[in-house]
Ligand binder design. Structure first.
Ligand SMILES: Nc1ncnc2c1ncn2[C@@H]1O[C@H](COP(=O)(O)OP(=O)(O)O)[C@@H](O)[C@H]1O
Ligand SMILES: [Mg+2]
Length: 284
């Protein structure tokens, strides 16, 4: 069966996108599922997290990144050639490198070029300028159970639109504070707008609270989100804990280094709920 593509997105930075992506990827791989991660954030944090601390300037990723894959569209670049192994069993990665910041602009030009080439007889077809990432993922979907796309903090970028357009499911991490709540709602609206398009493949959107503390503020955000989002809000919540920063400093997912600590336990619960939600969508 083709991989389920899950995009982790919210327009604000620092809300737990990358920590969520790396931990879900690790848990999936640990369970024996084959996972491909895409690092679409120019900061390359996911690449760092999954490769034991390789920076985006690392020589290991020169000419082997998401940018190089997409940039070579006209020359028939193959997705497989850009996949590297992560430090974790069953988890592969298409890394970011120092070219990634140029990707959104590159996508604009690429679509224009692709249309012209297609009119001249090139068999490669892009349905729209948001179809590029999906075009590349289609080549390897049968080889994975899950494809996870980590995104950049942004509301209006062609790269983000590509990541959402390629998704079967969008997971929106909502850090427990009011600024982040607003940002998460805007991303939710964006996903629902994109979902209306005829070519959309999004089957579901979920919002998940992150960095939840035993405080009145976290309780307020929880109640407000439950009232506004209903069942879209995950029951599982990611607990705030120092073990997360410790794990980031050690360049490992917290579920790998501190499985018994509250953040890791909550990621295990979140993964279970995600699987349940995906299974329910399949049944529909
Ligand atoms: N559950 C958590 N508990 C404590 N700190 C966390 C937790 N999740 C994330 N953080 C902190 O928030 C920072 C931002 O998380 P990150 O996943 O990089 O956000 P984003 O990818 O949305 O920018 C991390 O560097 C870490 O310091
Ligand atoms: Mg990030």
């Amino acid at each position: 069966m083709a991989a389920t593509v899950i995009t982790i997105a919210v327009e604000k930075g620092g809300c737990g996108k990358t920590v969520t992506t790396s931990n879900l990827a690790y848990l999936m791989g640990d369970e024996g599922k084959k996972v491909l991660c895409l690092d679409t954030d120019p900061q390359g944090n996911l690449t760092f997290a999954l490769t034991g601390g390789n920076a985006i300037t690392s020589k290991a990723f020169a000419n082997r990144s998401l940018y190089d894959m997409i940039d070579g569209f006209r020359y028939n670049t193959q997705t497989r050639d850009f996949i590297v192994e992560s430090e974790y069993e069953n988890v592969d990665l298409i890394p970011a490198n120092d070219q990634t910041p140029r990707l959104s602009k590159r996508l604009e030009d690429l679509y224009t070029d692709a249309q012209r080439d297609y009119d001249r007889g090139d068999p490669k077809y892009l349905a729209s300028d948001t179809d590029v990432l999906d075009y590349f993922l289609r080549q390897v979907k049968d080889e994975y159970d899950y494809i996870l796309i980590d995104t950049q903090p942004s509301r209006d970028s062609l790269l983000l639109s590509n990541a959402i357009a390629a998704a079967d499911y969008v997971l929106i991490p909502l850090k427990c504070d009011s600024f982040s709540e607003d940002s998460a709602f805007r991303t939710y609206v964006l996903c629902n707008e994109m979902r209306k398009s005829k070519t959309s493949r999004i089957k579901g959107v979920g919002v998940m609270l992150t960095m939840v503390q035993k405080s009145a503020a976290s309780q307020d955000i929880r109640s407000d989100c439950r009232a506004k989002l209903g069942a879209t809000l995950f029951n599982a919540e990611i607990a705030f804990g120092k073990s997360v920063d410790n794990s980031i400093n050690r360049c490992v997912p917290v579920c790998y280094s501190a499985r018994t600590q509250p953040p890791a336990k909550s990621y295990v619960a979140a993964y279970e709920e995600l699987k349940k939600r995906l299974a329910e969508l399949e049944e529909k």
